[in-house]
Design a protein around this ligand. Structure first.
Ligand code: MN
Ligand code: MN
Length: 454
């Protein structure tokens, strides 16, 4: 298959570069679901989107609306010319990424060092998260209702933190262990301090860190109980490759699909069918909780929209969902010449070959997948070809090598057409993942075509 690089004109190449520079900068700013929602709302408001509660009266074609659930879950709509009951064109993606979360009682002192205890979030190879600069991002929620935002390790003169690794000189026993236990979950302890407080006898290093936190954030040790602090790789997303054709960054899974979907709905203007973009939390741990895809929040929001068009029956809600179409976007595995044995080459995704469609995902005989209807994918193929969007299809690895799931099957339960789509990445779930700029741009074009033409 030819790559997009061979087909782009010089003008298009400039567009790709501009779009990807914006994405790269956005990715650097958004390392948590909360940060993604915050920055996405800024972009949306700039493009004329109004918070649902602030929009008065009946909704009419061309209205641009967003709504936020608990700072971690965002939904945007551009109202179409057709009634909502004719169905929505929905783009969905998740904005949480694998990381290390602080435990509720994280801070302790051991052998003269202060450390923070973590519990990892999502599927990670634990040995990849040691001996690298890490940053702390999150919120501390206090009893008086105030919320302190934490971001340490990103500014040029900020300190970073990190997890130690065993020196190779003394690792002969460790090197014989299998990779899943070479670094254990309980060993993922973040080193945060080493200066003892002068007047303290007990745990003087820990006390010194507490004093520092009190001074800078007015927080006490017990405030960790109601904090949500994520330990993530520190630093910027970067251009990757001598030809700068790729982007290296933390959390492409799945912010690369979330960002391109967001930009696509921001570009919509009075579509025929109502455009929708839903960005959810908690996918990496099973789409659970009030802000995950299993939450009823999305249905509640669509019910509210219908009410604003004078439709209050359950029948109207059911019709809306039954007539809806969705691209459930999540990253795919980019074929890696270092590890060809885990893939079927003809059913793999390749860098620079465009947006990926997966009829199914899952594991062990498609278990847990949505398995899209071929009638639906035929329609999508037709639209992509007409709009000259380059696409490829793939499976996540060869049969029975492994597998993975997405949010696709959850919305399909509302009886809508859903197919998995997305952008191919290398190093999925590693601290730094890689995408091709051509695929990022083609993803954006595919999402626009879907919203406009389906
Ligand atoms: Mn994902
Ligand atoms: Mn993932």
């Amino acid at each position: 298959m030819k790559t997009v690089w061979e087909k782009y004109s010089p003008t298009e190449l400039k567009e790709v570069e501009k779009f990807c520079k914006n994405y790269r900068e956005f990715l650097t700013l958004t390392k948590t679901e909360r940060e993604f929602v915050r920055e996405a709302v800024k972009l949306a408001e700039k493009e004329g989107f109004v918070e649902l509660g602030k929009k008065k009266g009946k909704l009419k074609a061309g209205d641009r609306i967003y709504t936020v659930n608990r700072e971690k879950n965002l939904c945007l709509f551009v109202i179409g010319e057709e009634p909502l009951t004719n169905g929505l064109n929905i783009l969905g993606a998740h904005i949480d990424s694998p990381r290390l979360d602080l435990k509720q009682k994280p801070l302790y002192e051991k052998d003269g060092l202060a450390l923070l205890d973590t519990h990892y979030y999502g599927g990670i190879k634990k040995y990849q998260w040691v001996a690298r600069p890490m940053a702390l991002h999150g919120v501390v929620c206090k009893k008086d209702g105030s919320v302190v935002n934490i971001e340490i390790g990103e500014k040029e003169d900020d300190p970073v933190v990190g997890i130690s690794d065993l020196l190779i000189h003394l690792a002969s026993d460790q090197m014989k262990k299998t990779a899943d236990v070479v670094v254990t979950g309980e060993a993922l302890n973040v080193l945060v301090g080493s200066i003892p407080s002068k007047n303290e006898k007990e745990e003087p290093v820990k006390k010194a860190i507490l004093k520092l936190l009190e001074k800078k954030y007015k927080m006490k040790e017990e405030d960790f109980l109601s904090a949500e602090i994520e330990v993530v790789p520190a630093g910027k997303a970067r251009d990757y490759g001598l030809d700068s054709s790729m982007i290296l960054g933390y959390g492409h899974d799945d912010r690369v699909c979330a960002y391109t979907s967001l930009r696509a709905i921001l570009a919509m203007n009075k579509p025929k069918r109502t455009s929708c973009c839903i960005l959810v939390d908690k996918e990496e741990i099973g789409s659970v909780g009030a802000t995950g895809m299993h939450s009823k929040w999305f249905e509640m929001m669509v019910t509210k929209l219908l009410e604003r068009q004078g439709e209050t029956s359950l029948v109207a809600l059911n019709d809306t969902f039954s007539n809806s179409m969705m691209l459930s976007s999540d990253v795919s595995n980019a074929f890696d010449p270092n590890y060809p044995e885990v893939c079927d080459p003809k059913n793999s995704a390749y860098f620079g070959c465009g947006i990926v469609f997966n009829k199914f995902t899952g594991a062990r005989g498609k278990s847990g997948s949505n398995d899209a209807n071929p009638e639906y994918f035929a329609k999508i193929r037709n639209v992509m070809e007409k709009e000259k969007v380059q696409f490829q299809t793939c499976e996540l690895g060869a049969v029975d090598v492994g597998g993975g799931g997405t949010i696709a099957y959850i919305l399909a339960q509302l009886n809508m057409e859903v197919i998995d789509a997305g952008i191919a990445v290398q190093n999925m779930h590693a601290p730094y993942e890689v995408v091709s700029k051509g695929d990022v741009y083609e993803g954006y074009r595919a999402y626009k075509a879907f919203l406009k033409k389906m």
